[in-house]
Design a protein around this ligand. Sequence first.
Ligand SMILES: [Zn+2]
Length: 353
Amino acid sequence: MNNENIILQEDGLAMGAPSSSIIFELFLQYLEQTKLPHIAQKLKLVNYFCYVDDILIIFDSQHTDINTIANEFNTLHPKIQFTEETEKLNKINYLDITIHRKHTRVNISIFRKPTYTDTLIPYTSNHPVQNKHAAIRFLYNRLNSYQLLREEYQHEENIIHNILHNNGFLIQKQNRKQKHSQSQSTQPPKPKKWCTFTYIGKETSFITKIFKHADLQIAYHTSNTLRKHLSYSTTQQDKFIKSGIYKLTCPNCNKAYIGQTGRNFYPRYDEHKRAFRYSILQSKFAKHLIEHGHTFGNIESTMEVLHFHKKGTPLNTIERFYIHKEAMNNNHLNKEYTETTNKIFNTILERLQ
Ligand SMILES: [Zn+2]
């Protein structure tokens, strides 16, 4: 649909549709099985490798040449046009490797596109450690899965170390092969149940560690997505028009009041200020200022947003956590009964120090 007109796709596959990749694969396999054998025979091709839409062909230049091959391939289907590339200085890039043809053998090295940036999830980023390690594991798995010559191996290892260094990771010499053999087990793996947690920081890992000996596989997702950052760009400019947990700090003695709001922070701030102005003692914060003769600051200096969250039970728990934290520092203005002993909170706070 476009401007209320229905557009009919006459050929090709819908971009992004889950079915497209399967139909595409069926179509290519069909071509490969029915038409390719004839071309291969006719041109006496030595070998043929294909991955999705990337094809590597080894041919004998006494029997054919690259233009003849390209012309033959372009007769496969009127809608498919192949472009060709030949080796330069005995080298050609295919997928993520560079193949270097020598007199008696072939050398392989890791190929990165010139546009490649060495950006991983930085070490300091608020992401699950498992996600960060996945990218590193990929680099090392690739290093170890190709049969690289010693100097190629060392060259690639140096590149990986640079990538890790540039993203703030500590570099540890790893004995990957040994680790691999240890992980092989003769026991068949038990089917495991998966559960997902929203990763908000180190606190999440402390909680999931409790499930270490349960038959549960933990997966994380973050709410820190690009979509979230891009689609609400206006709210990024003003933190006070969201809802969540806030902290009001007395400018004179630094005592703090923790509160929550399911609306945005501005009316909440106004309520506390009105309570101060009209001596309404329902606000614990206003009560403190009035009783001690302390002053009410502006929103920027008084109100700190501790945690963005929509209204609901989790908001109550997060609020209790922050009250607990202030109470541990003996700095809170909240009602006494809102602060209770809580082993989980204590553990989290200990680990955060
Ligand atoms: Zn005060």
